[in-house]
Structures are given as structure tokens and as C-alpha cells.
Design a protein around this ligand. Structure first.
Ligand code: TIU
Length: 222
């Protein structure tokens, strides 16, 4: 059994059963004029982790391990966008409205795309998800079963919304989950710190956390 130096204790894994899941590294969360900015957030925090996410992706690719990407997005007719989600809060523009990068979080629009630096390669799985979690209304669970994956390393944004929701969904479905601390970010530093702490509390009640260098060392040594 291979191992990653992690908190609250080492993450033992089988190389043939592990995958990287990169959550929602989309222009809409990282660039001015996107969905994240429409909610009043400073998107610069997201931009700052892009090189680290890229390093993690490259490490998994080099080790021949699966890389799965997710995108938060909706059909162009918005039939998968509940009014409760569209109307939530007081944004400057809403999901489906036209912004400087096209319609916010609508499939196929420029702003909905994954950032070039961390874009999927042909053949990598891309999960288009209408919710915050990646299992709801997607093929994610079936894809993981088909690949024989049992352990998931997570990166992406935002830590306490789509990343933590997906980790909790995965944990309840029996997957062992590890979050790469420096390859995830929140618009709120205190929320990121709290999410990391609550994930690994109580003996890894939701999962493990580790720095990207430790993850890369673990998979390279496996
Ligand atoms: N607003 C926020 O923090 N996040 C989201 O709406 N989506 C994701 O986390 N991807």
C-alpha cells in the first residue's frame, strides 16, 4: 500500500484505485465579469492557485492516473436551473444572464470554460454538473465505478462550496477522500481554514488533507 503524508494521519492508497478530481476551475470563478465576481467576490484568490493545480494535474498524468474535471454549468434553456438557485442572493447578474464572457454558467459559453492552464486533455472525463456537488444529476458515480476508483484526491474551487459538497457526497458513498490544501481556494480565507479543519477533524470524519508536494511525492513513490 502506497502512502501520502497527510493530516490527521497518513493516507494509504492503492495506485490502481486513485483518481484526481479537479473541481470547477472555470473562468466564471476566476476572472472579472464571471459568476464569482457577480457575487461580489475577489477572484484573485482563485487565480493564485492555478500553477499549483496545474502541477498536481501534471503529476497524476505523469503517473498514468486518471484526472477528472468538473464544471458547474446549466443547459442553455436553463431547464436544470431551479428558480431557488437562479434567484438566490443579490448578484449584479444572475446565472443565465449575459455578462462580458457570455451567459453566466451556461454550457458552451466562454466564461463557463475551464481555464486554459488546467484544461482537460482529450480523453479525460469532464463532468458537467448543475449542482454544487458532482454526484447530483451527473454520471460521476457511474464513471468512478467503471474506472474502479475508490480513493479521490481533490483540488479546485471553492473549498467550502463545490469542493466540500462533493467530498461529503463521495465520503458518504464509501470513497476515501483527500483534499490538496494548496490546490484549493475560497473567496473567504477563514472559510477555507474552517473547511480544512472540519474535513480532517474527528479522525478524518470527511477525509484527509495534504500539501500538493506530499501528494506528488506519494504518487511518484508508489
Ligand atoms: N460561490 C462559491 O463559492 N462557489 C460556487 O458557487 N461554486 C463552486 O464552488 N464551484
Amino acid at each position: 500500500m502506497a502512502e501520502i503524508d497527510a493530516l490527521p494521519f497518513p493516507f494509504a492508497f492503492k495506485p490502481e484505485a486513485v483518481a484526481l478530481v479537479v473541481i470547477d476551475m472555470q473562468r466564471d470563478f476566476a476572472e472579472p465579469g464571471g459568476f464569482g465576481a457577480s457575487l461580489g467576490n475577489d477572484v484573485g484568490r482563485v487565480v493564485a492557485i492555478v500553477p499549483t493545480v496545474k502541477r498536481l494535474i501534471q503529476g497524476f498524468r505523469a503517473a498514468g492516473l486518471p484526472v477528472i474535471h468538473t464544471m458547474e454549468c446549466h443547459r442553455s434553456d436553463l431547464s436544470d436551473l431551479p428558480p431557488a438557485k437562479r434567484n438566490r442572493g443579490n448578484p449584479s447578474v444572475r446565472i443565465g444572464d449575459v455578462g462580458p464572457m457570455g451567459r453566466l454558467l451556461v454550457v458552451g459559453e466562454p466564461g463557463t470554460a475551464i481555464l486554459d492552464e488546467v484544461a482537460p486533455l482529450p480523453g479525460e472525463i469532464v463532468i458537467e454538473k448543475p449542482g454544487k456537488g458532482a454526484f447530483y444529476a451527473t454520471s460521476f458515480g457511474e464513471d468512478l465505478k467503471r474506472l474502479g476508483v475508490l480513493q479521490l484526491v481533490f483540488a479546485g474551487v471553492t473549498t467550502e462550496v463545490c469542493v466540500q459538497t462533493t467530498m461529503r457526497e463521495a465520503n458518504d458513498r464509501g470513497y476515501e477522500c483527500l483534499l490538496a490544501e494548496d490546490a484549493t481556494e475560497s473567496y473567504f480565507p477563514e472559510f477555507k481554514a474552517a473547511a480544512l479543519a472540519m474535513i480532517r477533524a474527528q479522525g478524518a470524519i470527511v477525509g484527509w488533507t495534504a500539501m500538493t508536494d506530499q501528494v506528488l511525492k506519494g504518487i511518484a513513490d508508489a
